[in-house]
Design a protein around this ligand. Structure first.
Ligand code: GMT
Length: 382
C-alpha cells in the first residue's frame, strides 16, 4: 500500500467580514484560489462575501443566522457563528478553520473547536489584518479576549512585518507569528481603457485613483485637501472607488470646490476596469497594515503616492515603485502627486517597476502556497 500523500487536499473553513474591506477581499480571493487548487473551501459568515464568485466547484457558503431575541439589548453574533463553525466542521470534516480579523472570529473558532470531540477538532489559523491589533488590541474591553484567542490558535499570521511587530508590542503575543503578505490576482478588464475613461467623462485629464472603505483611518479629509491644493494648477480628476456610501463626504467636496474634480463609484465589483484607466493612486491613511488598494493599482502599472506608515513601506519601494511621504500634511502629498503628473516618463518607470514588484512578490502563485504550507504544517502537529 502506498503511503498517504505528504500534502493532501484539505477541507478548509474560512470566516471573514463579508462587507467591502481589505480583509474580506483577501479572504475571498484566498478561498477562491484554494478551491481552484483542489481544496474544499467553506465560507461561514453572516452574508456571502462581496467578491466571492458564485457557482464554483468546491467553494461553499454557509450563512450564520442571527436571532434578535427581545431580551438582548445588543444582538449577539459570536455564539451563533461558533455554533455554525462547529456544525460545518462536524458535517464536512473540516481540517482547518482559518479566521480573518480576530474579533470576534478567532474567539468564535476557539469556542467552536472546544464544542467538538477531540477527533473532530479542526486546527485554528488566525490572520490579523490591521485594526484588530492596532485599534481593538489597545482597547481594554477587547485585548484580553484577542490575546486569549491568539494564544489558543494553532497558527497566527499577519499581513505585514510591521503588523507582527505591533501585535507583539500591543498584545504581548509570544507565539510564533508568520508574515504572509497580501496578494492580488487581477482578472481581465471587461472594457477597454478608452471605454472606461469615456464613461468617466475624461478627455486628456490625469486620472488619480483612490480605493477604500472610507473609514476614519483612511483620512478622506486629507485626500480631498490634497486634491484642492492641486486643482488650481493641474488638469486631473480624482476617482474614488468607495466600499461604503460617499454621501457623508459630499459637503466637504462642495466646500472645497471639488464638484467638477471628484468622481465617485460605490461598491464596484469590476475593479480592474477602473484600475487600468488610472494614471496614479493616492492614499493618505493614518495607519495601514498593508493597503491592498496600493497593490491592486501596482498590478496595472499604476504607481501610488502614500503615507509612510505601518506596512506600506513593505509594499511600496519609495522612489522606485511609488512615492512615500510623511503622514499628515496635504502639501507633501500634493508635491509628490504633482511631481508625477509633470513627469510622465518617471511616472511610467515607477509604474512598470510597481507591476514587476507586484508580480514577483505579491501574486497568488507566490502567496497562496505559503498558506497551503502553513495548513499542512498545523495539520501534521499532534
Ligand atoms: O483592519 C482594518 O481596518 C480592516 C481591514 C479591512 O477589512 O479592510 O483592513 C486591513 O486589512 C487589509 C487587508 O489585509 C489591509 O490591506 C489594510 O491595510 C488593513 N487596514 C488597516 O490596517 C487600517
Amino acid at each position: 500500500m502506498s503511503p498517504p500523500p505528504a500534502n493532501p487536499l484539505l477541507k478548509i473553513g474560512i470566516t471573514c467580514y463579508p462587507s467591502v474591506g481589505g480583509s474580506g477581499i483577501l479572504a475571498s480571493a484566498l478561498g477562491f484560489e484554494l478551491a481552484a487548487r483542489g481544496h474544499e473551501v467553506h465560507f461561514i459568515s453572516y452574508e456571502r462575501p462581496f467578491r466571492l464568485p458564485a457557482n464554483r466547484p468546491r467553494l461553499f457558503f454557509h450563512p450564520v443566522t442571527i436571532n434578535d431575541y427581545g431580551l438582548f439589548r445588543y444582538p449577539d453574533y459570536t455564539l451563533p457563528l461558533s455554533v455554525k463553525m462547529a456544525e460545518i466542521t462536524r458535517e464536512y470534516g473540516l481540517d482547518v478553520l482559518h479566521v480573518h480579523y480576530a474579533v470576534p472570529h478567532a474567539t468564535a473558532a476557539i469556542l467552536a473547536r472546544a464544542m467538538l470531540p477531540p477527533e473532530l477538532q479542526p486546527r485554528v489559523v488566525t490572520t490579523l489584518h490591521g485594526t484588530d491589533t492596532t485599534l481593538l488590541g489597545r482597547d481594554p474591553a477587547y485585548s484580553p479576549a484577542i490575546a486569549h484567542a491568539l494564544a489558543c490558535s494553532d497558527a497566527i499570521t499577519t499581513v505585514s512585518a510591521d503588523l507582527r511587530r505591533e501585535t507583539r508590542e500591543v498584545l504581548h503575543c509570544e507565539q510564533p507569528i508568520e508574515v504572509i503578505h497580501n496578494f492580488f490576482d487581477p482578472r481581465l478588464p471587461t472594457r477597454s481603457r478608452a471605454e472606461v475613461r469615456q464613461e468617466l467623462g475624461l478627455t486628456d485629464e490625469i486620472l488619480i485613483l483612490h480605493t477604500s472603505n472610507l473609514r476614519p483611518v483612511k483620512r478622506i479629509d486629507l485626500l480631498l485637501a490634497t486634491a484642492a491644493r492641486l486643482k488650481a494648477r493641474l488638469n486631473f480628476k480624482l476617482l474614488i472607488l468607495s466600499g461604503e456610501a460617499f454621501a457623508p463626504f459630499a459637503a466637504e467636496v462642495r466646500s472645497l470646490g471639488l464638484e467638477d474634480c471628484v468622481i465617485v463609484r460605490e461598491k464596484v465589483t469590476q475593479i480592474e476596469d477602473y484600475l487600468q484607466a488610472a494614471d496614479l493612486a493616492l492614499f493618505t491613511s493614518a495607519t495601514e497594515s498593508f493597503c491592498l488598494g496600493i497593490l491592486e493599482a501596482m498590478f496595472f502599472a499604476c504607481p501610488s503616492v502614500a503615507s509612510r506608515v505601518g506596512g506600506i513601506p513593505e509594499v511600496v519601494e519609495d522612489q522606485v515603485t511609488g512615492i512615500l511621504v510623511p503622514f499628515g500634511d496635504p502639501k507633501d502629498y500634493a508635491a509628490a502627486v504633482e511631481s508625477l503628473i509633470r513627469d510622465p516618463v518617471r511616472r511610467a518607470a515607477l509604474g512598470q517597476a510597481a507591476r514587476l514588484r507586484a508580480r514577483a512578490l505579491f501574486a497568488a502563485d507566490v502567496i497562496v502556497p505559503r498558506y497551503e504550507a502553513l495548513y499542512h504544517r498545523v495539520c501534521r502537529k499532534n
